[in-house]
Design a protein around this ligand. Structure first.
Ligand code: ADP
Ligand code: MG
Length: 676
């Protein structure tokens, strides 16, 4: 029986409202839909099949297509995490954190529970963690604790095209582990098409490549070379903002300083534009930006406004921001370069490669047609190198050599490198570790070297910490090491209060104690106030950096215990603290010249004390430095006075070796080292 109702009203407001409500999806459901709209989604089953069929798969897909966020989830859904964790490496800290946050969001779990991340000095994982995003450097260190990576069922070496030093070393190590562990799945993923090289290296592993979404992009070059690319970038942002249709802007800059300059400048200039022009939301992103500010760049731009993202090349391939229509590419990035003959490492602003330029351009065409403004000429573009030289060819290798030696890999020349480092660079690293007594004459790891390897620090700094045991000042040394690890962001110097800021800073230097002790003074003063934020404001010290230093220090304290070093304090004996520092940093010593400049001992070359140093006006006869930076001149940063006797006493072998070199027997000592 059917009953009939006449005059049924399909326009019932109440019912429509109810229907609307049920249609309004939960945020989680919406995220699930977004996941399904990613290019990789249509290849999900095929990809899982390939991973099931082969132990190693090389995966190629465009930036933003879903490799990093989706593949680990697919594997989790397919049950791989029942056998062990899925690890996914990223060359950059920010990417590891941001991607982990996104994936935990998509899975509706708390960050640090099922999905977590691990970066140096910050472990945001737990017993529950099955999807672990981490920096490549962290996975490298995990080999020390777990050489066969038994707790992992899948390893994804992501952003393989970046070819960072750690990623390159990982290639050799994971290849070896995969041979002894047939159950381990290995994925090598990359955003660029030249995957043959990866495939060849991994014994002709299959390449799984899938198309991304690409919209046409118009490229604009400048007519003539730009004298000042920052000015040109600022001009172009404003030009787009005023003249071009809606859509967000992306500017590639080389570092935090440049980003802050451009940010300030844009804020200032947009103030004068009046109310007729839409709001310009400025979003900076760089490695040291705190995580709570990082999420801002992913927030959708409000109607009627325009967002401009100022980023380092972190966003070239490792982060995707939706809604970008305009890319401004000045054509530069900061690049490490290393000269093994002189042992000098420098961070220089250098032209990017064609591959980078094209990745950058690609950021403009992900969600619709876009425009790329290259702030250089077509000719300059044609002159760019095709690809960036892998980092292994242009960096100091001491750190990874120490790790490899700790893993029992003695013959480094036989290590399975995708691209071998130069023999000079390897020799230089071996010599340094030998002079620090981390290796013996036969090139074997010493007890000291084993302890040094426990610290996720540069070998010279690790050595200073281990040596502080002898000088009974491990307490002070780990504070100094923590402060140095934070980088050059302890003090700030607002433009309108530079004199005050400088005075405050010089207070920590009284007695010309040197920059290392000054950093210790800052830390201890802050600690005495009960870690007061107010104190930081009053002293022009960055609270955030100090908190990070405290975190790092806590971890170093834990590591001291692990290597069996007692926490001892010798605060009043500055000489002992300086000797402990010298034990690690004697290879970075320099002597004053008659003309007021310095000459480093090894390699002999001119250097100057950085103007920010407390010793810049003091000019002691002998100094050691934390790092040498090359700008207009070679500048020594973080400088402390030392006595020549200490060198003779602490590093007799090294110091005599150098004396010998001066008298022309360099070849012989080199020859001796060859046995390493
Ligand atoms: P790929 O690794 O292939 O470059 P991802 O997996 O990183 O791609 O990104 C896939 C998509 O996920 C991006 O296009 C973007 O829409 C989204 N996404 C990634 N990270 C975030 C984030 N932190 N916040 C918001 N959306 C994100
Ligand atoms: Mg990715």
């Amino acid at each position: 029986k059917t009953s009939v109702v006449d005059g049924y009203n399909t326009d019932n407001e109440e019912v429509s409202k109810l229907l609307e409500k049920s249609k309004a999806k939960s945020a989680l459901e919406r995220l699930q839909e977004e996941r399904k709209s990613l290019p990789i989604y249509s290849y999900r089953d095929e990809l899982l099949q390939a991973i099931q069929d082969y132990q190693v798969v090389v995966i190629v897909g465009e930036t933003g297509s879903g490799k990093t966020t989706q593949i680990p989830q697919y594997l989790h859904e397919a049950g791989y995490t029942k056998r062990g964790k899925i690890g996914c490496t990223q060359p950059r800290r920010v990417a590891a954190m941001s991607v982990a946050a996104r994936v935990s969001h998509e899975m509706g779990v708390k960050l640090g529970h099922e999905v977590g991340y691990s970066i140096r000095f910050e472990d945001c994982t737990s017993e529950k963690t099955v999807l672990k995003y981490m920096t490549d450097g962290m996975l490298l260190r995990e080999f020390l604790a777990e050489p066969d990576l038994e707790s992992y069922s899948v390893l994804m070496v992501d952003e393989a095209h970046e070819r960072t030093l750690s990623t390159d070393i990982l290639f050799g190590l994971v290849k070896d582990v995969a041979r002894s562990r047939p159950d381990l799945k290995l994925l090598i993923s990359s955003a660029t098409l030249d995957a043959e090289k990866f495939s060849d290296f991994f014994d002709s592993a299959p390449i799984f490549s899938f198309p991304g979404r690409r919209y046409p992009i118009e490229i604009n070059y400048t007519k003539a070379p730009e004298a000042d690319y920052l000015d040109a970038a600022i001009f172009t942002v404003l030009h787009i903002h005023v003249k071009e249709e809606p859509g967000d802007i992306f500017v590639f800059l080389t570092g935090q300083e440049e980003i802050e300059t451009v940010e300030e400048n844009l804020k200032h200039r947009t103030k004068g534009l009046g109310t007729k022009i839409a709001e310009l939301i400025i979003c900076p992103i760089y490695a040291n930006l705190p995580i709570e500010l990082q999420s801002k760049i992913f927030e959708p731009t409000p109607e009627g406004a325009r967002k401009v993202v100022l980023a380092t090349n972190i966003a070239e391939t490792s982060l995707t921001i939706d809604g970008i229509k305009y890319v401004i590419d000045p054509g530069f990035c900061k690049m490490k370069s290393y000269n093994p003959r002189t042992g000098m490492e420098s961070l220089l602003v250098a032209p990017i490669s064609k591959a980078s330029a094209n990745q950058r351009k690609g950021r403009a065409g992900r969600t619709g047609p876009g425009k790329c403004f290259r702030l250089y000429t077509v000719c300059s573009y044609n002159d760019l190198e095709d690809n960036t030289t892998p980092e292994i060819k242009r960096t100091n290798l001491a750190n990874v050599v120490l790790i490899l030696k700790s893993l029992g890999i003695h013959d480094l020349l036989k290590f399975d490198f995708m691209d071998s480092p130069t023999p000079e660079a390897l020799m230089e690293a071996l010599e340094l570790l030998f002079s620090l007594n981390a290796l013996n004459e036969r090139g074997e790891l010493t007890m000291l070297g084993r302890r040094m390897a426990e610290f996720p620090l540069d070998p010279m700094l690790s050595k200073a910490i281990v040596a502080s045991d002898k000088y009974k000042c491990s307490d002070e040394m780990i504070s100094i090491a923590a402060m140095l690890s934070v980088g050059n962001s302890i003090f700030y110097r607002p433009k309108d209060k530079q004199v005050h800021a400088d005075n405050a800073r010089m207070n920590f230097h009284s007695g010309n104690v040197g920059d290392h002790i000054a950093l210790l003074n800052v830390y201890n003063s802050w600690k005495e106030t009960g870690y007061s934020t107010q104190w930081c404001y009053e002293n022009y010290v960055q609270v955030r950096s100090m908190k990070r230093a405290r975190d790092i220090r806590d971890q170093l304290e834990g590591l001291l215990e692990r290597v069996g070093i007692e926490l001892t304090s010798n605060a009043n004996d500055l000489e002992s603290i300086k000797k402990a520092i010298t034990s690690g940093f004697f290879p970075h010593s320099a002597r004053l010249q008659t003309n007021g400049s310095y000459r480093t001992v090894k390699p002999p070359q001119a250097a100057h004390i950085h103007p920010s140093s407390g010793l810049a006006q003091v000019l002691p006869r002998w100094v050691l430095y934390h790092e040498l930076v090359l700008t207009t001149k070679a500048y020594m940063r973080q400088v402390t006075e030392l006595k020549r006797e200490w060198l003779v006493d602490i590093a007799p072998h090294w110091y005599q070796l150098k004396d010998a070199e001066d008298s022309g027997t360099k070849k012989k000592s080199r020859g001796e080292m060859k046995r390493l």
